[in-house]
Design a protein around this ligand. Structure first.
Ligand code: 5GP
Length: 201
Protein backbone atom coordinates (compact mmCIF):
# COMPACT_ATOMS: atom_id res chain seq x y z
CA UNK A 1 0.00 0.00 0.00
CA UNK A 2 0.87 3.69 -0.24
CA UNK A 3 3.71 2.98 -2.68
CA UNK A 4 4.53 6.59 -3.44
CA UNK A 5 3.56 8.01 -0.07
CA UNK A 6 6.10 10.43 1.37
CA UNK A 7 5.19 11.24 4.92
CA UNK A 8 6.56 13.73 7.39
CA UNK A 9 9.61 13.23 9.57
CA UNK A 10 9.63 14.19 13.27
CA UNK A 11 13.07 14.40 14.80
CA UNK A 12 13.37 14.55 18.60
CA UNK A 13 16.93 15.22 19.71
CA UNK A 14 18.36 16.02 23.12
CA UNK A 15 21.08 15.13 25.54
CA UNK A 16 20.71 11.66 27.00
CA UNK A 17 18.43 11.82 30.07
CA UNK A 18 16.37 14.78 28.85
CA UNK A 19 13.24 12.71 28.64
CA UNK A 20 12.96 12.64 24.86
CA UNK A 21 12.30 8.89 24.77
CA UNK A 22 9.30 9.37 27.08
CA UNK A 23 8.01 12.14 24.81
CA UNK A 24 8.52 10.05 21.67
CA UNK A 25 6.67 7.08 23.23
CA UNK A 26 3.80 9.35 24.22
CA UNK A 27 3.47 10.67 20.68
CA UNK A 28 3.56 7.15 19.23
CA UNK A 29 0.60 6.25 21.44
CA UNK A 30 -1.56 9.01 19.87
CA UNK A 31 -3.27 7.16 17.03
CA UNK A 32 -4.39 10.30 15.23
CA UNK A 33 -0.75 11.10 14.42
CA UNK A 34 -0.18 7.86 12.50
CA UNK A 35 3.46 7.74 13.57
CA UNK A 36 5.95 4.89 13.43
CA UNK A 37 9.26 4.77 15.28
CA UNK A 38 12.45 4.73 13.24
CA UNK A 39 14.42 1.85 14.73
CA UNK A 40 18.10 2.77 14.69
CA UNK A 41 20.97 0.36 14.30
CA UNK A 42 23.57 0.43 17.08
CA UNK A 43 26.73 -1.38 18.03
CA UNK A 44 26.18 -0.81 21.77
CA UNK A 45 25.07 -3.61 24.09
CA UNK A 46 21.32 -3.89 24.75
CA UNK A 47 20.08 -2.72 28.18
CA UNK A 48 18.16 -5.24 30.27
CA UNK A 49 14.73 -4.01 29.10
CA UNK A 50 15.57 -3.57 25.42
CA UNK A 51 14.54 -5.81 22.54
CA UNK A 52 16.30 -6.30 19.23
CA UNK A 53 14.16 -5.06 16.34
CA UNK A 54 12.01 -2.95 18.68
CA UNK A 55 14.25 -0.51 20.51
CA UNK A 56 17.22 -0.90 18.18
CA UNK A 57 18.69 -3.28 15.66
CA UNK A 58 21.62 -4.46 17.77
CA UNK A 59 24.49 -5.31 15.44
CA UNK A 60 28.23 -5.81 15.85
CA UNK A 61 30.71 -3.04 15.23
CA UNK A 62 31.98 -5.02 12.23
CA UNK A 63 28.48 -5.24 10.72
CA UNK A 64 27.97 -1.56 11.39
CA UNK A 65 31.16 -0.62 9.57
CA UNK A 66 30.21 -2.83 6.62
CA UNK A 67 26.88 -1.07 6.35
CA UNK A 68 28.67 2.30 6.34
CA UNK A 69 30.82 1.08 3.42
CA UNK A 70 27.76 -0.18 1.58
CA UNK A 71 26.11 3.27 1.98
CA UNK A 72 23.15 1.79 3.86
CA UNK A 73 22.75 4.71 6.28
CA UNK A 74 20.83 7.95 5.92
CA UNK A 75 23.01 9.21 8.76
CA UNK A 76 25.27 7.63 11.36
CA UNK A 77 27.40 8.79 14.27
CA UNK A 78 29.92 7.42 16.69
CA UNK A 79 27.81 8.96 19.45
CA UNK A 80 30.11 7.69 22.22
CA UNK A 81 33.55 6.21 21.71
CA UNK A 82 33.18 2.83 19.99
CA UNK A 83 29.37 3.05 20.16
CA UNK A 84 27.93 3.60 16.71
CA UNK A 85 24.33 4.60 16.02
CA UNK A 86 22.65 5.16 12.69
CA UNK A 87 19.42 5.39 10.71
CA UNK A 88 19.17 2.84 7.92
CA UNK A 89 17.72 4.14 4.65
CA UNK A 90 15.38 1.14 4.70
CA UNK A 91 13.70 2.45 7.89
CA UNK A 92 12.17 5.49 6.23
CA UNK A 93 11.16 3.37 3.21
CA UNK A 94 9.60 0.73 5.51
CA UNK A 95 7.53 3.32 7.37
CA UNK A 96 6.41 5.35 4.36
CA UNK A 97 5.41 2.12 2.63
CA UNK A 98 2.92 1.68 5.50
CA UNK A 99 1.52 5.15 4.80
CA UNK A 100 2.85 6.47 8.12
CA UNK A 101 4.97 9.38 9.34
CA UNK A 102 8.39 8.72 10.84
CA UNK A 103 9.49 9.71 14.34
CA UNK A 104 13.16 9.64 15.35
CA UNK A 105 14.82 9.56 18.77
CA UNK A 106 18.36 10.42 17.73
CA UNK A 107 21.31 12.57 18.74
CA UNK A 108 21.58 16.23 17.75
CA UNK A 109 24.03 15.76 14.88
CA UNK A 110 21.98 12.96 13.33
CA UNK A 111 18.77 14.91 13.84
CA UNK A 112 20.08 17.94 11.99
CA UNK A 113 21.38 15.72 9.18
CA UNK A 114 17.94 14.21 8.67
CA UNK A 115 16.44 17.70 8.53
CA UNK A 116 19.06 18.73 5.94
CA UNK A 117 18.19 15.73 3.79
CA UNK A 118 14.43 16.30 3.96
CA UNK A 119 14.12 20.03 4.76
CA UNK A 120 10.47 20.46 3.75
CA UNK A 121 9.14 17.33 5.37
CA UNK A 122 11.00 17.42 8.68
CA UNK A 123 10.17 19.04 12.00
CA UNK A 124 13.31 18.99 14.15
CA UNK A 125 12.59 19.39 17.86
CA UNK A 126 15.15 19.86 20.61
CA UNK A 127 14.17 18.68 24.10
CA UNK A 128 15.81 20.78 26.78
CA UNK A 129 16.42 19.36 30.27
CA UNK A 130 16.03 21.68 33.31
CA UNK A 131 19.76 21.65 34.16
CA UNK A 132 22.85 19.46 34.26
CA UNK A 133 22.23 18.28 37.84
CA UNK A 134 18.78 17.04 36.94
CA UNK A 135 20.27 15.28 33.93
CA UNK A 136 22.82 13.50 36.14
CA UNK A 137 20.05 12.53 38.57
CA UNK A 138 17.95 11.01 35.77
CA UNK A 139 20.88 9.11 34.30
CA UNK A 140 21.76 7.67 37.74
CA UNK A 141 18.13 6.78 38.39
CA UNK A 142 18.20 4.62 35.27
CA UNK A 143 20.84 2.56 37.06
CA UNK A 144 22.08 0.98 33.86
CA UNK A 145 25.47 2.54 33.43
CA UNK A 146 28.79 2.99 35.17
CA UNK A 147 29.81 6.38 36.60
CA UNK A 148 32.34 6.63 33.78
CA UNK A 149 29.67 6.21 31.11
CA UNK A 150 27.39 8.67 32.85
CA UNK A 151 30.26 11.18 32.97
CA UNK A 152 30.76 10.75 29.20
CA UNK A 153 27.05 11.43 28.61
CA UNK A 154 27.12 14.53 30.81
CA UNK A 155 30.25 15.88 29.09
CA UNK A 156 28.53 15.50 25.74
CA UNK A 157 25.36 17.15 27.02
CA UNK A 158 26.86 20.63 27.26
CA UNK A 159 28.05 20.46 23.65
CA UNK A 160 24.60 19.22 22.59
CA UNK A 161 22.79 21.99 24.50
CA UNK A 162 24.65 24.54 22.40
CA UNK A 163 23.01 23.18 19.22
CA UNK A 164 19.45 23.90 20.42
CA UNK A 165 19.05 27.13 18.37
CA UNK A 166 19.59 25.19 15.13
CA UNK A 167 16.39 23.23 15.69
CA UNK A 168 12.96 24.27 14.40
CA UNK A 169 11.40 24.08 17.86
CA UNK A 170 12.55 23.72 21.46
CA UNK A 171 10.53 21.93 24.13
CA UNK A 172 11.49 22.58 27.75
CA UNK A 173 11.11 19.37 29.71
CA UNK A 174 10.86 20.89 33.19
CA UNK A 175 7.43 19.47 33.88
CA UNK A 176 6.71 16.27 31.98
CA UNK A 177 2.95 16.83 31.56
CA UNK A 178 3.58 20.27 30.06
CA UNK A 179 6.30 18.89 27.78
CA UNK A 180 4.01 16.09 26.55
CA UNK A 181 1.27 18.59 25.73
CA UNK A 182 3.74 20.91 23.97
CA UNK A 183 5.00 17.98 21.89
CA UNK A 184 1.44 17.02 20.92
CA UNK A 185 0.70 20.60 19.89
CA UNK A 186 3.79 20.73 17.67
CA UNK A 187 2.89 17.50 15.88
CA UNK A 188 -0.74 18.59 15.51
CA UNK A 189 0.40 21.84 13.93
CA UNK A 190 2.96 20.27 11.58
CA UNK A 191 0.44 17.71 10.37
CA UNK A 192 -2.10 20.49 9.88
CA UNK A 193 -4.49 18.92 12.39
CA UNK A 194 -4.70 22.11 14.48
CA UNK A 195 -4.08 25.80 13.85
CA UNK A 196 -0.64 27.19 14.76
CA UNK A 197 -0.46 28.24 18.42
CA UNK A 198 0.38 31.78 19.40
CA UNK A 199 3.93 31.60 20.82
CA UNK A 200 4.05 34.24 23.51
CA UNK A 201 5.90 32.46 26.28
P1 5GP B 1 21.20 5.43 24.07
O1 5GP B 1 22.49 4.67 24.17
O2 5GP B 1 20.88 6.17 25.34
O3 5GP B 1 20.05 4.58 23.58
O4 5GP B 1 21.39 6.54 22.94
C1 5GP B 1 22.48 7.40 22.99
C2 5GP B 1 22.25 8.55 22.03
O5 5GP B 1 22.28 8.09 20.67
C3 5GP B 1 20.89 9.20 22.24
O6 5GP B 1 21.05 10.61 22.16
C4 5GP B 1 20.11 8.65 21.09
O7 5GP B 1 19.04 9.52 20.75
C5 5GP B 1 21.17 8.61 20.01
N1 5GP B 1 20.78 7.79 18.85
C6 5GP B 1 19.96 6.73 18.82
N2 5GP B 1 19.80 6.28 17.58
C7 5GP B 1 20.52 7.09 16.77
C8 5GP B 1 20.73 7.16 15.35
O8 5GP B 1 20.22 6.38 14.56
N3 5GP B 1 21.53 8.13 14.90
C9 5GP B 1 22.12 9.03 15.72
N4 5GP B 1 22.86 9.96 15.16
N5 5GP B 1 21.95 9.01 17.05
C10 5GP B 1 21.16 8.05 17.57
Amino acid sequence: MAKDFQGKLFVFSAPSGSGKTTIVRHLLAQERFNLEFSISATSREPRSNEKDGEDYYFITKKDFKNKIKEDKFLEWEEVYKDNFYGTLKTEVERIWAQGKHVIFDIDVVGGLRIRDKFPEQTLAVFVKPPDINELIRRLKERGEESDEKIAARVAKASVELATAPQFDKIIKNYDLQVALQDAEDLVDEFLGLKPVKNEEN
